[in-house]
Ligand binder design. Structure first.
Ligand SMILES: NC(=O)c1ccc[n+]([C@@H]2O[C@H](COP(=O)([O-])OP(=O)(O)OC[C@H]3O[C@@H](n4cnc5c(N)ncnc54)[C@H](O)[C@@H]3O)[C@@H](O)[C@H]2O)c1
Length: 301
């Protein structure tokens, strides 16, 4: 059986799959070449780059394909319902990268609080802006979490250990999994947080979660971190809020347009940037690999 790892796969997982007798193809196929190749393999594994939309799923019908694995959390690059209706099994690896994304969100909070992202840029230009970089401490500040699933709970535990007060909102209501964190309504997160971090999926029917109206309800000088999905925050509204001073600074790992973000975003002096690397740690990739191997065994053997 052939497994196509179209966006790559951890070396350990590839070796394990080969030891189980699978052939693992790590070439990258796009367009018509992918439409052809997807018919010849039993499984396709993707990260965030490859999109499996209805047209590609139609091409796969009648071929050998049984299983689609999203090696990661967000399933928004696969038309899951359509694929399942056509008889394909669709799986992801929901827990494997929670710690990695949580650490990145915390890293971005430190980066914003102490101007680390911009000091790196200006020092490389020969500037010594010591006076401009008076920062703030995270300890004693209120962190508001939007969404309180797997990643958010890991952020909450780390923030509490740093001495932050943690409030959160979630459409599922209160949870007792991190007792020191307090459930509040969405508007209370907006009104009371010094830092806001998003940990929700992008749901097209829900659309933007933070737009002009929501920024208006935030504290003046709030810091925003988005490691969830670019489209949950309106980039236009964020730019306005940064320029008015409503938002002191923002950190983005995800963008409305990837991999070519808007120039106004990536050149903005108050935005700390990373190129969608939330899950990109060795440990998370190894865990994703282990879960991927387990899914292939379960579904294909
Ligand atoms: N930057 C990265 O590389 C990276 C990596 C992994 C995941 N992610 C993103 O992080 C998101 C969260 O991941 P997770 O593993 O914590 O998911 P999860 O499913 O465990 O948690 C998501 C939570 O958000 C809640 N929610 C959904 N819509 C909401 C809304 N409008 N308002 C309030 N709560 C809402 C859900 O009820 C759920 O509890 C993923 O959907 C994905 O988009 C990004």
């Amino acid at each position: 059986m052939i497994i196509l790892a179209n966006d790559g796969i951890a070396a350990g997982a590839k070796a394990e799959l080969e030891a189980l007798g699978f052939t693992v193809d790590t070439d990258k196929y796009e367009g018509e070449a992918l439409e052809q190749r997807i018919r010849e393999v039993e499984c396709i594994i993707i990260r965030s780059a490859t999109k499996i939309r209805e047209a590609l799923i139609d091409k796969a019908v009648g071929g050998k394909l049984k299983l689609m694995i999203r090696a990661g959390v967000g399933l928004d690059n696969i038309d899951v319902k359509y694929a399942e209706e056509k008889g394909f099994v669709v799986r992801n690896t929901p827990t494997a990268s929670s710690a990695a994304v949580a650490e990145l969100a915390i890293a971005h909070m430190f980066s914003l609080a102490r101007h680390i992202y911009i000091a790196n840029v200006t020092m490389r230009n020969g500037e010594w802006n010591k006076k401009a970089y008076k920062g703030i401490e995270l300890g004693g500040k209120t962190l508001g979490l939007i969404g309180f699933g797997r990643i958010s709970q890991e952020v909450a535990k780390r923030a509490i250990a740093l001495g932050m007060d943690v409030i959160y909102t979630d459409i599922l209501g209160a949870s007792d999994l991190v007792p020191e964190a307090k459930f509040v309504e969405f508007d209370e997160v907006l009104a009371n947080s010094d830092f806001i971090s998003l940990h929700i999926p992008f749901i097209p029917s829900v659309g933007v979660v933070l737009g002009d109206a929501e920024f208006a309800k935030m504290k003046d000088g709030v810091y925003l971190v988005d490691t969830a999905r670019g489209k949950v925050v309106s980039e236009d509204a964020l730019l306005k809020a940064l320029d008015s001073g409503k938002v002191a600074a923002a950190a983005l790992d995800v963008f409305e347009e990837e991999p070519t973000p808007n120039e106004a975003i990536y050149t903005h002096p108050k935005i700390s940037l990373t190129p969608h690397i939330g899950a990109a740690t060795s440990e998370a990739q190894d865990r994703i690999g282990e879960v991927t191997v387990a899914i292939c065994k379960e579904v294909l053997l």
